[in-house]
Design a protein around this ligand. Structure first.
Ligand code: C2E
Ligand code: MG
Ligand code: MG
Ligand code: MG
Length: 271
């Protein structure tokens, strides 16, 4: 009796596992097709200067509208892409698409910087630097108008290849940002050594501003630390006025969040 039950359960897990693997495989195949057919698009989210109140930058965020499943969040498909060479194609696509868009907008008088995200795998790819150069050359976007965001955890891996990539990117003149700051374990010394331009405070801290004295103390010290090594500080995930007021008081430089503007298609943002 027990044996039958055991086997039944085993088979159940087997079926469940197989179903999950099949969904992943299908999703990966669909993603491959989407990249090939140009079905991925970029949404742009405003980054606002807290002193002037002006939009000084936009972050390009990848969007995938699946024909059956609808919008698949990047948190689901980026890790999937990172498991294979797909992430390279995806990264190239985002780079070309967004630099093209921003260069055109800047030509018609808009003075905003473009921020895009780099994944770990891209940092380890020797092809990245020439690709960035190519995108800047073909679109005419000035290097200083492009900021590449790398998460704190990706930066702290201490990979020699990534170190070379970062140095080469700085050489070109593009800006570099540390993304989701506060979720990893970087030290002030590491921050200084990396010679970045911008630090983005992770949403998890900004979210609790005004509700938790701890969160406020943490944000205050992150800002002080970042300013000590001359980084521009961006707060991510601002959802209401109270957080904005507090961030201004704490001397934060820029902010981004649903309260200031959700990620949206370029046409919606600029017409
Ligand atoms: P991220 O770079 O930290 O981007 C910010 C994320 O926070 C975005 O999620 C944005 O929509 C969301 N967000 C902004 N303001 C608010 C807010 O006020 N409240 C809340 N709840 N969320 C807010 P999204 O677009 O889902 O992207 C998630 C992550 O996926 C990004 O985090 C980034 O790490 C990754 N990602 C997105 N596009 C790309 C890409 O083109 N390449 C790579 N490598 N990663 C990407
Ligand atoms: Mg980012
Ligand atoms: Mg972030
Ligand atoms: Mg984040």
């Amino acid at each position: 009796q027990a044996k039958t039950l055991g086997r039944g359960r085993y088979e159940f897990f087997d079926v469940e596992l197989r179903r999950r693997m099949q969904r992943r495989l299908r999703l990966e195949q669909d993603l491959r097709d989407a990249v090939r057919l140009g079905k991925l698009w970029a949404a742009y989210q405003p980054v606002v200067d807290l002193r002037s109140g002006k939009m000084v930058a936009v972050e390009g965020l990848l969007r995938w509208t699946h024909p059956v499943h609808g919008a698949v969040p990047p948190a689901e498909f980026i890790p999937l892409a990172e498991e294979s060479d797909l992430i390279r194609q995806l990264g190239s696509h985002v780079l070309r698409m967004t630099t093209h868009e921003l260069a055109a907008r800047r030509r018609s008088g808009l003075d905003v910087e473009l921020k895009i995200n780099l994944s770990t795998r891209q940092l380890d790819d020797p092809g990245l630097v020439p690709e960035v150069e190519e995108a800047l050359r073909t679109t005419g976007l000035p290097a200083k108008a492009l900021c590449l965001e790398i998460t704190e955890s990706a930066l702290m891996r201490d990979s020699a290849l990534a170190g070379e990539t970062l140095a080469a990117l700085r050489e070109i003149g593009v800006r570099l940002a540390i993304d989701d700051f506060g979720t990893g374990y970087s030290s002030l010394a590491q921050l200084q050594r990396l010679t970045l331009d911008t630090l983005k405070i992770d949403r998890s801290f900004v979210m609790r501003l005004g509700e938790s004295a701890d969160a406020e103390a943490i944000v205050r010290s992150i800002i002080a630390m970042a300013h000590a090594v001359k980084l521009t500080v961006v707060a991510e995930g601002v959802e209401h006025q109270g957080q904005l007021d507090l961030l201004r008081e704490l001397d934060c430089d820029q902010a981004q969040g649903y309260y200031l503007g959700k990620p949206m298609p370029a046409r919606e943002l600029w017409g």
